[in-house]
Design a protein around this ligand. Structure first.
Ligand SMILES: *Cc1c(COP(=O)(O)O)cnc(C)c1O
Length: 382
């Protein structure tokens, strides 16, 4: 089976993790700060805070921006459920903004229209760089300024990418950027996430929230320390810490980030060429940006999607579908959303298939994928 995504672990990665196992610190040692520094360097971010997943990163990111009961968070329906769940964790209401049918990203025009008629703007907007393709951040930031909300970039698909020649994660147009290091993503720490920000205060608060709301900074305490052992819990935090093993793997993987993304770019360009002439559509990529290309999605006619998907699986191609619109999940139906609420995301979903794309996919394997797709489409022409 050719999977849709796969990590690439080399001997240097294994050696880095083994060295930590033989060291004094399995957690809370030097590797996590080193990983944070490396992510900050790669993304041109002022501060980076590592946690145990992007889900955790989104949660404490929302907490650090003050999201609470009575507030609302808006996001795209075309994402993994974590992009929306973070609002609910904070007791806020969640709502969605439909996607642009060409880029599959949250549509700035739809956002503008929704803001114009909303009783209250959101406190936080989570945008997702779907498949690695950057959102229209300039337009979104202009609306954020006008309507006074904060923007979180869920860049789980987008490390190593650039928006208008600036690295994703530099937070030029957002308060925070969140990355995921799950094995299907661009680089991995097994489980793990990072938040980047330009704000020293927010970074400090994130550091506290990931570890029980505890500070060791005397300036943040309500009284002078009792002694060198002293710490204070100043708010209700969590244990979202990343381990040393994960951070060491991350440091090692980051050394190959640019190489991984370059290969994904090459494979995507080849898909574009190989698929020309087939009755499929793929994501529009803006030439002014550089997508990290977490995903290569094709849209096939909705009437044949299921048959094409099953045929590909039978032919040994591990295709997948990203994403089932969040608002159609039973949990979200339970809080009042209905099918039909976000038609562009639903229409996109009805035809979407994610083809295999990862750095070690060979040209021969890619040709096998395309041949299988051609076969499936011919068999199930609608
Ligand atoms: C993978 C993913 C997440 C969650 O990442 P974890 O690290 O698994 O918690 C959140 N948002 C998006 C868009 C993702 O793809």
């Amino acid at each position: 089976m050719i999977p849709y995504g796969k990590q690439d672990i080399n001997q240097a990665d294994i050696d880095a993790v083994t060295a930590v196992l033989k060291s004094d610190f399995l957690t809370q040692g030097p590797q996590v700060p080193a990983f944070e520094k490396a992510v900050a360097a790669h993304t041109n971010a002022a501060y980076a805070v590592a946690v145990n997943s992007a889900t955790s990163a989104l949660h404490i990111g929302c907490l650090a921006l003050g999201l609470k009961s009575g507030d609302s968070l808006w996001t795209t329906p075309n994402s993994f459920v974590a992009s929306a769940n973070c609002g609910l964790y904070c007791g806020a209401k969640v709502d969605f903004v439909d996607i642009d049918p060409a880029t599959y990203n949250l549509c700035p025009e739809q956002l503008k229209a929704k803001l114009a008629t909303a009783k209250q703007p959101p406190k936080v907007l989570v945008v997702v760089h779907f498949g690695g393709e950057p959102c229209d951040m300039e337009a979104i930031a202009a609306l954020a300024k006008q309507y006074k909300f904060q923007v979180i970039e869920d860049a789980s698909h987008a490390i190593g990418g650039r928006y208008q020649d600036q690295p994703i994660g530099n937070c030029q147009y957002s308060a925070l950027t969140v990355f995921s290091f799950h094995p299907v993503k661009i680089v991995t720490t097994a489980e793990g996430g990072v938040i980047t920000t330009r704000s020293k205060e927010v970074a400090e608060r994130l550091g506290e929230l990931r570890s029980h709301g505890i500070t060791r900074n005397p300036e943040r305490m309500t009284k002078a320390p009792d002694g060198p052992w002293y710490y204070q819990q100043i708010e209700l935090g969590l244990n979202y810490r990343m381990t040393e093993l994960q951070a060491a793997l991350g440091c090692s993987q980051l050394q190959r980030l640019d190489e991984f993304v370059a290969r994904r770019q090459q494979l995507a360009d080849q898909y574009d060429e190989l698929l020309a002439g087939l009755p499929v559509r793929s994501q529009q990529r803006n030439g002014n940006n550089y997508s990290a290309l977490h995903l290569y999605v094709v849209e096939v006619p909705a009437t044949s999607r299921r048959a094409v998907f099953e045929s590909l699986r039978e032919q040994g191609i591990g295709v997948n579908v990203h994403y089932i619109p969040i608002h159609t999940q039973p949990y979200y139906q339970g809080v009042g959303f209905r099918e039909g609420d976000f038609p562009a995301a639903e229409h996109y979903y009805s035809g979407a298939i994610s083809l295999p794309l990862y750095a070690t996919l060979t040209d021969a394997e890619q040709q096998e994928v395309v041949a299988a797709l051609r076969h499936a489409l011919t068999e199930h022409a609608s």
